[in-house]
Design a protein around this ligand. Structure first.
Ligand code: TXA
Ligand code: MG
Length: 350
């Protein structure tokens, strides 16, 4: 299949290209498009056959449900049975935005879209191109991250092309995304609502709006934890870079010493070493390929760069990667959650 790529200027959106993409979606095809979190791989969410193509293109396990993207609040009633008060309040503050909510689904949403579940995940992205496309395409776009299953989520159109060119109909290139990690997921069918995946919208931000919010205990737990994560996708070892990634956790000075020591040891054994540092620490490492992931003092720069940096190490074909650790409060929880998964939970505490 020939994958069309169209560059869209965000300040002067090409209506024709969006209409062409929408037409592909209406006819059951696949179109990748940017959102504010990561690029999504879209299909008509209400067409079971169309969403089945997403699983095929990504190599995604069929029990891993998709998020349905909407462009208007009024669109919600057609696909969910009840909109709990908590959800109304959260939508008012955080939609459009990087928050996905889980509802009981109506009949009209095919089980093929929800991985066989009776619930459906819904999100309204904060991205003009995505919103236009969703409206033009009929209002309901199922879209997982537009990567091959198990690869880091794409934050640029070139990442999508690398994974999916030849397997999908079209890529809309709207430039680099702003946030860089996937939306927060909260299950609003329970009381208190439960966070199933941490993201830009934090527990504290939601508690300020609706009061108590719980967190799925498997989120930051180690892989030995017997509980199954409530978001099926969270059980897979995601985002795994080709190099063997280990996170070093502890007091900053000791972490730097330890990473230098490990890097030297491996490099002496002829392994190609990568190091994930920060702007504050990058000059402290002297062995291997050292990349800064962002500023510790501005954690949003870290989420923005995380997946790109993991992909860069893949391109450099490093054998092992050592990473500093990022504290688990605020956005740090989302960042650590993704990094721990990428590392298959390999952590050295010092
Ligand atoms: O930021 C995002 O959310 C991006 C952009 C494209 O919107 N999308 C995204 O989709 O990250 P994906 O498919 O990579 O992740 C969806 C996650 C999976 O972990 C899946 O298991 C969970 O959402 N999920 C979807 N429907 C669910 C449901 N009904 N119950 C529990 N978890 C659900
Ligand atoms: Mg994904």
């Amino acid at each position: 299949m020939n994958t069309k790529q169209k560059k869209i200027q965000m300040n002067q959106m090409d209506k024709k290209a969006i209409q062409e993409a929408a037409q592909i979606l209406r006819q059951g095809g696949l179109v990748a498009f940017p959102t504010e979190t990561v690029y999504g791989l879209g299909a008509n969410a209400l067409d079971e056959f169309a969403s089945s193509k997403i699983y095929e293109a990504k190599g995604r396990p069929s029990d891993n449900p998709l998020i349905v993207h909407i462009a208007e609040l009024e669109a919600l009633d057609k696909i969910v049975k009840v909109v709990p008060d908590n959800a109304k309040k959260l939508a008012e503050i955080f939609w459009p935005g990087p928050l996905t909510m889980i509802f009981e689904k109506k009949e009209i949403v095919p089980l093929g879209t929800t991985g066989g579940l009776n619930t459906v995940a819904v999100r309204m992205p904060k991205h003009a191109l995505a919103l236009n496309l969703i409206k033009e395409a009929g209002g309901y776009i199922a879209a997982p991250s537009a990567n091959t299953s198990g690869r880091p989520s794409p934050t640029k159109a070139s990442h999508v092309a690398m994974d999916l060119a030849g397997k999908i109909d079209m890529i809309l290139d709207g430039g680099a995304v702003s946030i860089g990690i996937e939306s927060t997921i909260i299950d609003v069918t329970t009381n208190p609502p439960m966070i199933l995946r941490p993201g830009f919208v934090t527990k504290a931000m939601m508690e300020a709006v609706i009061g108590e919010v719980s967190i799925d205990p498997t989120i930051l737990g180690d892989k030995e934890l017997n509980d199954r994560p409530k978001a099926p996708g969270m059980k897979y070892k995601h985002y795994a870079p080709k190099g063997d990634l280990t996170i070093i956790e502890g007091e900053e000075e000791q972490v730097i010493v330890k990473i230098n020591c490990l890097a030297k040891e491996m490099s002496d054994k002829q392994y190609k070493v990568g190091i994930i540092a920060t702007d504050e620490t990058i000059n402290r490492y002297d062995v291997g390929q050292v990349i800064s992931i962002g500023k510790r003092s501005d954690e949003q720069t870290i989420s923005h760069n995380l997946y790109r940096v993991l992909r860069e190490f893949d391109e450099k074909n490093v054998d092992v990667i050592y990473s500093e650790s990022f504290q688990s409060e605020k956005m740090g929880m989302a960042i650590m959650n993704r990094l721990l998964k990428a590392a298959g939970h390999k952590v050295i505490h010092i």
